[in-house]
Design a protein around this ligand. Structure first.
Ligand code: AMP
Length: 265
């Protein structure tokens, strides 16, 4: 059975509410493939019971226009009943999902892996495009594709940021004006820590503690701020193939960001 678009299709899975980060991934897919496809599906399986599924920002008309302008040939927007006609078989990726987002959001990555596996089987892309903004998600999908011998290439792309450094996210619209003005401090903390690490890694734990204190003082509720290995997302003392990862709540909004150090693409 053929997929949605022949054998040279570039695919960008999304939950919609497009911003420049989504558009950059669409432009990559457009540039490298005969057929470019974006999917828009707010996947209930990856939201916890207390999370923002009901109020997740949705604007299909605007998204459709933006996808069209980015040159997408196909915008795939299935309904929940079409995607999940009954309780679904799920995909669980071990180890990489134990910590960080996986710990705070139990079941989240089972939802992500399941929907991405289903979309790959429906769309049958040659290459799928993802953003490093969701670093743990990139590693989970890479591991799923390897473990399940999926016939798809993965292409990961840099985080697109607002001019003040805040990583673009559909959830940024939840921020009040005051929270929005504080939000760039998260990326500033990451770049400061990376700069300090370049000089010396010996006092890094102290630096993390100080950054946590300073962010907490201005109103962030830090979930994690760590230097982790890109191999297994466990804490690492070295900067080789490592990333500084952060998640914090600002008011009701949960923000995540990361800074990769000496990492392979
Ligand atoms: P989402 O709609 O949030 O599920 O995101 C869809 C895709 O866009 C995922 O691969 C995300 O990692 C990616 N993405 C989200 N925000 C950004 C960003 N600021 N820069 C680059 N890619 C992003």
């Amino acid at each position: 059975m053929a997929g949605l678009g022949g054998d040279d299709l570039g695919f960008v899975p999304t939950m919609g509410a497009f911003h420049a980060g989504h558009i950059a991934l669409m432009e990559e897919a457009r540039k490298h493939h005969q057929i470019a496809c974006v999917s828009l599906f707010v996947n209930p399986l990856q939201f916890g019971p207390t999370e923002d599924l009901a109020k997740y920002p949705r604007d299909e008309t605007r998204d459709f226009a933006l996808a069209d302008r980015a040159g997408m040939d196909i915008m795939f927007c299935p309904t929940t009943d079409e995607v999940y006609p009954r309780e679904s078989t799920t995909v669980h990726v071990p180890v990489l999902t134990d910590r960080l987002e996986g710990k705070t959001r139990p079941g989240h990555f089972d939802g992500v892996a399941t929907i991405v596996a289903k979309l790959f089987n429906i769309v049958r892309p040659k290459t799928a495009y993802f953003g490093w903004k969701d670093l743990q998600q990139c590693l989970v999908i890479r591991r799923m594709v390897a473990d399940l011998n999926m016939n798809v290439e993965l292409s990961f792309h840099e985080t697109v940021r607002e001019p003040d450094g805040l990583a673009m996210s559909s959830r940024n619209v939840y921020l009040s004006p005051e929270e929005r003005s504080l939000a760039p401090l998260l990326y500033k903390a990451l770049t400061d820590l990376a700069e300090q690490l370049r000089k010396s890694s010996e006092t890094f734990n102290g630096m993390i503690e100080q950054a946590t204190r300073e962010l907490t003082k201005v109103g962030f509720e830090i979930d994690y701020l760590e230097l982790v290995s890109m191999r297994d997302l466990h804490p690492t003392p070295t900067t080789e193939d490592a990333a500084i990862v952060v998640a914090a709540k600002l008011g009701k909004t949960r923000l995540i960001d990361n800074f990769r150090l000496n990492s392979k693409p």
